[in-house]
Design a protein around this ligand. Structure first.
Ligand code: HC3
Length: 407
């Protein structure tokens, strides 16, 4: 790692500067699970990683609009618009709410997060189910559904981290698959890959996320998009910049359609959008493509008193309270309690020969849709596993919307 800058730790409370420097030096030479490292209190988030999938749902009207698109091209473009519009929430929320990127709470195996976004102006209710499907390595699986619009987004997320030149590089492992059921009853799928992250500003104690390299959206219609991410000094000279290229399928012979193969995409983009994922972007002709300067719609979660003991806000409530109120002894005591109880559960399960049973998701070795759609952009790796939901939404989450058919 490069040598320590003179103003290192400028964003760190005076009393935690030494422990911050030690922590940064430790991550610089560390490989493995970052969540297991003890970090100074000021950098701890009171929120568990199981809550993060809700960022995918914070633009419900853009999500619902995908289903109303008149054709496959417009649907692909709307998927891209919605995806870009979720990035601000995903990657800058901690900075906006807590002053810098934070270290999330490391979820327990089987930890749950449920919530919903109510229907607005006929957009349909959107629901979220999250389950921590692995503790070591941490893997989070989620499903977001808008049943009345026929939209289902399923995905999973893990991270591989490495440190170089005072930056933490985070490769996201996993992908998301959006399935749209069309009015005809046919389905269209959209594979969404996840961008790489660079966590900058670590030496100064003010970490923030920058996105880097490329991510893709590939649709079963044959359309695909490549999104290129750049930080300061590229494209617009601004942080959080991106450029998205939408490639249409080449007119393909009927035999291609009949065989179920995807048509070959054109090498010339039909649309190019450019701007920042934290504010606005425009198409080449000057029309606005995305605008996330307006508010996001936060998820609605039931009261802790009504939650299952494995629901994240209930499970971590005392730890979160400690972090939020600056009572770090309470936070650390309660965190140790949870970790010890989890270790005991695993020991008991090993003795009884009954491993923990997940409630909502099951792993499939190779996601056929990833393998198929990934060919459009020559996905690397060409195959990937997936965690798929094992039950229809209505069986686990009673709808919160008034149901006209019930009396
Ligand atoms: C890397 C990260 C944990 C993972 C977070 C993910 C990738 C989770 C999935 C969401 O959809 C998007 C997302 C946003 C932020 C990512 C976090 C940023 C920082 C955190 C590290 C594990 C913490 C590093 C600690 C420190 C002190 C260097 O900030």
């Amino acid at each position: 790692m490069s040598s320590e800058p003179s103003d290192a730790g400028a964003g760190v409370p005076q009393s935690q500067r030494t422990s911050w420097t030690q922590f940064v030096k430790a991550i610089a030479s560390f490989s493995g699970d970052l969540y297991n490292m003890t970090a100074p209190p000021f950098i701890l988030s009171p929120v568990s990683l199981t809550e993060y999938p809700s960022y995918w749902g914070e633009r419900p009207s853009l999500f619902a609009a995908i289903a109303d698109a008149p054709n496959e091209e417009e649907r692909h473009v709307r998927v891209l618009k919605w995806f870009i519009s979720t990035l601000k929430g995903q990657y800058t929320t901690r900075n906006d709410q807590m002053g810098s990127e934070k270290k999330p709470l490391n979820p327990a195996l089987g930890e749950l997060f449920y919530g919903h976004w109510p229907s607005v102006a006929g957009s349909g209710e959107q629901t979220l189910v999250v389950e921590q499907v692995s503790h070591h390595p941490p893997i989070t699986a989620y499903i977001i559904e808008n049943k009345s619009k026929g939209l289902v987004l399923q995905g999973h997320n893990a991270q591989k981290t490495s440190f170089s030149s005072s930056t933490l590089n985070v490769k996201q492992v996993g992908h998301a698959l959006l399935t749209v059921t069309l009015p005809s009853g046919a389905t269209e799928t959209h594979l969404i890959t996840l961008p790489k992250l660079r966590i900058e500003g670590i030496w100064y104690g003010s970490p923030y996320v920058e996105l880097t390299e490329n991510s893709y959206i590939a649709s079963s219609s044959g359309y695909y998009s490549m999104i290129e991410y750049k930080g300061k000094g590229y494209f617009t000279g601004k942080s959080h910049s991106f450029k998205a290229f939408v490639y249409p399928p080449l007119p393909s012979p009927a035999s291609v359609a009949a065989s179920g193969e995807l048509p070959t995409p054109s090498t010339t983009p039909k649309y190019v959008a450019e701007g920042t994922w934290t504010a606005t972007s425009k198409l080449k002709d000057g029309r606005i493509f995305t605008d996330v300067t307006g508010p996001r719609t936060e998820i609605i979660v039931s009261d802790i008193s009504e939650q299952d003991p494995m629901e994240t806000r209930r499970l971590w409530s005392e730890v979160s309270k400690g972090i939020r109120t600056g009572d770090f002894d309470l936070a650390s005591r309660e965190k140790t309690k949870i970790e010890n109880a989890e270790r005991q559960k695993r020991r008991d399960e090993a003795v009884a020969g009954t491993p923990w049973k997940l409630q909502h998701f099951v792993r499939i070795e190779s996601d056929p849709e990833y393998a198929r759609l990934g060919k459009l952009f020559k996905a690397n790796p060409p195959t990937e596993d997936a965690w798929v939901c094992i039950r229809p939404e209505s069986q686990i989450l009673p709808s919160t919307e008034p149901d006209e058919e019930k009396n």
